[in-house]
Design a binder for this molecule. Structure first.
Ligand code: G3D
Ligand code: MG
Length: 167
């Protein structure tokens, strides 16, 4: 057996935007309604098949709360791509993406980003145009997801894997 390349990716964004739910949906195929809040940092690994290669993603789930900021900084080290997740029903979480990006770039100088609007199953307060404009301004792509229905979830992690692999 060949060793698969292991690529570290980060899922960042405010608390309650759905980071843990997205990772659970992808890695375990389920959505749980009652769960504990992420404490500090957590990670899961998942094998991902891309067009011409299989990679292993180690997906780092960063607790969004301010009090974990010091802990988070060191955990960004070695990451190859980051998802900046916001909640489509909460404009504040969208506005904070620039801060998340800044925090990550404070540790890793260059990083491919993917902007993710989660909870697309609910009534949106951030338009596709707004989100696309922000993503374009940081040279990122934009994708919409629902951890509840699963919409866009494989695409999110496949895209991250692709960017992590190819840079
Ligand atoms: P976080 O890890 O970013 O802090 P969580 O966020 O994954 O803990 O999710 C926060 C809350 O949002 C959870 O609700 C979760 O069920 C809900 N949620 C996450 N993703 C979606 C989604 O795509 N659609 C909808 N409708 N809800 C979502 P609770 O009530 O358990 O706190
Ligand atoms: Mg969490």
């Amino acid at each position: 057996m060949n060793r698969l390349p292991v690529l570290k990716v980060v899922v960042a964004g405010d608390g309650t935007v759905g980071k843990t739910s997205l990772i659970r949906r992808y890695c375990e195929g389920k959505f749980e309604t009652t769960r504990v809040q992420t404490i500090g940092v957590d990670f899961q690994t998942q094998t991902v098949e891309l067009r011409d290669i299989i990679v292993k993603l180690s997906i780092w789930d960063m607790a969004g709360q301010d009090r974990f900021a010091v802990m988070r900084a060191g955990f960004y080290r070695g990451s190859r791509a980051s998802a900046l997740v916001f909640d489509l029903t909460q404009e504040v979480s969208f506005g904070n993406l620039e801060r998340w990006r800044g925090e990550i770039l404070g540790t890793v100088k260059e990083q491919p980003f993917l902007v993710v609007g989660n909870k697309v199953d609910l009534e949106r307060r951030v338009s596709v145009e707004q989100a696309n404009a922000f993503a374009a301004s940081i040279g990122a792509d934009y994708i919409e997801t629902s951890a509840l229905t699963g919409q866009g979830v494989p695409a999110l992690f496949e895209f991250l894997a692709e960017r992590a692999f190819r840079g």
